[in-house]
Design a protein around this ligand. Sequence first.
Ligand SMILES: [Zn+2]
Length: 249
Amino acid sequence: MLKLILFSLLFSTTGFSYTILIDPGHGGEDKGAVTLHHDGKVLREIQEKDLTLEISKKIYAKLLEKKYQVFLTRSIDRDVSLEKRAELAEKVKADLFISVHMNSSTTSESHGFETYYLDNHSNVAVKKVEDVENKNLDGDQLIIHQILTDLVVEKTVVSSKSLAKSIHLELKSNLKGFQIKDRGHKAGLFYVLALSKRPAVLLEVGFLSNPKELEKLNGESFQKKYSEAVVKGIEKYFYSGKPQKTSFF
Ligand SMILES: [Zn+2]
């Protein structure tokens, strides 16, 4: 009986002790990646900002079910600057920041899911994705963000890498049935992650530019499985004892 009480105490309080901010990429004027999709009847434009919101809301709902403190940087289709997203992370004192995006490529063959954490590096292959997600920044902002990135990486890279790995492992096993390629968890230079100033990951859920993959990304069952995996990954990260309450600057 005592064990049962301890167990329920542990699990009823665990959720409340962490705050997670989910960030649906893009929004409003900023559509993110776009592609044309023919659903058999009509040709319509699919926009990254809509899919990121759908998946983010699913992750949000599942975390809420588990009694975490959880927030969205936007819950509707509207413009939110990278700075405003980061300000919110500070305001709600988020322990984790999870940014949700869709990938796109000039070739329709590219496919698969990727999980990024913030790190400085010089990987040319990743550069393209970074350019898309970091656009709307001018020269001065870039320099400031580069300096900030150095400081944030130093403080968060161990936690962020561990979080990315934990989420990615769950994605890998949860998405098996969808035959979606595992492109790995890797370092990336995403300023929204640096600005958030806390352990953070950026999820590239899949490629909008690949028609076959787009069918999956649009599907309810894929979105459900994907969101469940993200939540499992977050929980395993918390239970691993790696997280620390991050507060600096
Ligand atoms: Zn994006």
